[in-house]
Design a protein around this ligand. Structure first.
Ligand code: IPD
Ligand code: CA
Length: 286
């Protein structure tokens, strides 16, 4: 990582991001294979923390600051500041899986400039799969272009939902009931960020969560839209610091999934959705 970087250098940030997420992935995988994942504590109900979460976040924060000291940093474990140019980081997403020895977790890094996500990276070190996107340049897995699924029927669709204590159970159960009633398979694998990468990769047809934090979903939402999928206008209906509803879905299923979840789609991506998508986001509580 001995390149020269400039303050408005998106290419340099993208290259740095790729290096940093891979080195953080090596650290996280060492902890998974060794003793790091066993040091589990609880941040709240169903909210797990290992010592590796903090170590991964510190590693990423230091590496980014060494090259772009004026960028701000906003991470799941240590919080931070949000400025015009900010790195939004989840050092381990799927910590509950990680702590129980299930190799379905990832690191997620997004770079946001003037309210727009420009760089997205999600890395699953257990499978050595690096998802990467830059706005307007498509999405890749390990350097190979990826595309969302072309699934057009709900009775052949497999969607994923995530949930947390931040939203009442009744709200999730209502959405689940609607999706099951439409004939969809609904699953949950425990990493919202990786679930979004799987939508981008065509492994899943959509992801819905009624409240997600920005570190969980900003990278994944850019990956899905760069892979040809449809997403909600996350930073308009929620915010970078408080989060909001998240929806990412294959195009042919978009309008009906939006209606079933009451999460609007980005009208700029599908102008027809202006008529059919709900106007208001799903409500949630802190
Ligand atoms: C959680 C996971 C989960 C999602 C939650 C997140 P964590 O993040 O992504 O799938 O449903 O909203 O908080 O705790 O594993 O980093
Ligand atoms: Ca997370």
């Amino acid at each position: 990582m001995d390149r020269q970087f400039f303050s408005d250098d998106l290419h340099g940030r993208a290259e740095l991001c790729r290096d940093v997420i891979r080195s953080a992935g090596a650290l996280v995988l060492r902890g998974f294979l060794g003793n790091g994942r066993r040091s589990v504590s609880m941040k709240g109900p169903q909210d797990f923390l290992t010592e590796v979460d903090a170590a991964s976040e510190a590693h990423i924060r230091c590496a980014l600051a060494a090259h772009f000291p004026e960028d701000s940093f906003f991470g799941e474990e240590g919080g931070g500041a949000i400025s015009e140019r900010v790195w939004v980081v989840d050092p381990i997403d799927g910590t509950a899986n990680y702590a129980r020895g299930i190799p379905h977790f990832c690191i997620s890094i997004a770079f946001v400039q003037s309210g727009s996500t420009e760089i997205a990276a999600i890395y699953n070190p257990a499978q050595d799969e690096l998802y990467f996107a830059r706005r307007g340049q498509g999405a890749t897995r390990n350097g190979v272009p990826i595309h969302v699924a072309q699934t057009a029927r709900f009775d052949a669709a497999s969607l994923e939902m995530g949930w947390s204590m931040r939203v009442p159970n009744t709200a999730y159960l209502g959405v689940m009931e609607a999706l099951l009633g439409m004939g969809a398979n609904v699953r949950r694998a425990g990493s919202g960020a990786l679930a979004l990468a799987y939508v981008a990769d065509g492994r899943s047809d959509g992801y819905i969560e009624l409240h997600m934090n920005s570190w969980d979903c900003l990278a994944g939402l850019l990956l899905v839209s760069e892979a040809g999928g449809v997403v909600c206008p996350y930073l308009e209906i929620g915010s970078l610091d408080a989060g909001g509803p998240a929806l990412a879905v294959a195009p042919a299923l978009a309008s009906e999934t939006s209606r079933a979840s009451n999460i609007p789609l980005d009208a700029a991506v599908i102008p027809a959705c202006r008529q059919t998508a709900p106007a208001c986001p799903a409500t949630f509580v802190d």
